[in-house]
Design a protein around this ligand. Structure first.
Ligand SMILES: Nc1ncnc2c1ncn2[C@@H]1O[C@H](COP(=O)(O)OP(=O)(O)O)[C@@H](O)[C@H]1O
Ligand SMILES: [Mg+2]
Length: 355
């Protein structure tokens, strides 16, 4: 009996050990995954400007230099800030973001620097600010062009002396943070208008990265489309195979004022709208179709639009069936004769899909 009890105890111990090891493995794996999510590999794009950005991220990764990322909204500034942090020596320390534009003026100081107990009504205990929370890591000041002049003075002091005081406090706190700031504002114009301090500008403008708008790097568009289609098809459990050529043309001729963010939203919507395996032009939002109204594409009649769609659909199906008209007819729920007729009428080269 004793022997069997001992054996059982040993067994339980082994099970617990195994459990522990499994949990540790899982933890390492999850951490790895988290790191990968923000790794460089998350930045999609192979255009000249994007390659330059990868190079710049590598350049600053090993330093503590303040980085200023400039570009229109939705171009990927925040993703680049992540890439800088997670490829730097500070990767294991926190990455803390402050959305300067979203914070009311009255709150931004206590958010950044924290406060002491009793600093104002409601301050019942000392609270750490984002500077202290990002100690050893990276502080990302998003929309830096939107902070008011009073806060700009305080930021300037941290940048110059690397220290600050909590609101309502006298103790000086050292700040060991790497600053990354981003803006879509024309800072030079803001300086001229007197809404942005020139001295702060020089402190921030040490290493500046410019992210061009999506319309200026069409080479990235196709890669991003593939990336997002795959992501959203998986996320929404859709079996999307590809996107039709006319739909690609629509995406490529649009000017993307909201940049990658707008493309991302557009493709998520398209995936949700799509009831088959191919994304077509009519799965794209009206704003893309009205690029036509604005003169990029000439207006078409309903008849022409239907014909164009029909031609597109038949071509797509023939691609799937490798040029086999009989199979295509079955997929399209029609007869082979009709498919053959349309193929001739639209001048589709079915042999092209045979390879
Ligand atoms: N190069 C890129 N590769 C993959 N996704 C991107 C890229 N650029 C932007 N995105 C995606 O587009 C959206 C907007 O990017 P974000 O970094 O928030 O832009 P910004 O800060 O410039 O407004 C995010 O969902 C981001 O993941
Ligand atoms: Mg942003």
């Amino acid at each position: 009996v004793v022997a069997s009890l001992v054996a059982q105890a040993v067994k339980i111990h082994r099970l617990i050990d195994e459990d522990k090891r499994r949990l540790l493995d899982e933890n390492t794996h999850l951490r790895q995954e988290l790191r990968e999510r923000y790794d460089f590999s998350n930045l999609v794009g192979s255009s000249g400007p994007m390659r330059q950005i990868y190079e710049q991220v590598t350049q600053v990764a090993g330093t503590n230099t303040t980085v200023l990322i400039r570009g229109e909204s939705g171009t990927g500034k925040e993703l680049i800030a992540h890439a800088i942090h997670y490829s730097s020596l500070r990767a294991k320390k926190p990455f803390v973001k402050v959305s300067c534009a979203a914070l009311p003026e009255s709150l931004i100081e206590s958010e950044l620097f924290g406060y002491e107990k009793g600093a104002f009504t409601g301050a019942e205990a000392r609270k750490k600010g984002r500077f202290e929370l990002s100690d050893g890591g990276t502080l990302f000041l998003d929309e830096i062009g939107d902070v008011n002049l009073a806060t700009q003075v305080k930021l300037l002091r941290v940048l110059q002396q690397r220290e600050f005081e909590r609101v309502g406090g006298t103790e000086t706190v050292k700040a060991n943070v790497r600053l990354v700031a981003a803006t879509n504002k024309d800072l030079e114009r803001a300086i001229a208008a007197g809404t942005f301090r020139e001295d702060l500008y020089y402190r921030l403008n040490v290493f500046t990265m410019f992210v061009p708008p999506l319309r200026e790097r069409k080479a990235d568009l196709l890669l991003l489309v593939d990336h997002f289609l795959e992501k959203f098809a998986q996320e929404h459990h859709r079996n999307i195979r590809r996107i039709s050529t006319p739909a690609i043309d629509m995406l490529a001729s649009y000017h993307w004022p909201g940049n990658v963010r707008e493309l991302e939203n557009t493709l998520e919507r398209a995936v949700l709208m799509c009831d088959g395996q191919v994304i077509h032009g009519h799965h794209l939002p009206p704003s893309l179709q009205t690029a036509e109204a604005s003169g990029t594409v000439t207006r078409v009649s309903l008849k022409d639009a239907v014909s164009a769609y029909e031609k597109d659909l038949i071509q797509d199906t023939l691609k799937t069936t490798r040029g086999n008209c009989a199979k295509a007819a079955r997929l399209l729920d029609t007869t082979e004769r009709i498919v053959n007729y349309k193929v001739r009428r639209y001048g589709i080269d079915a042999a092209r899909f045979k390879s």
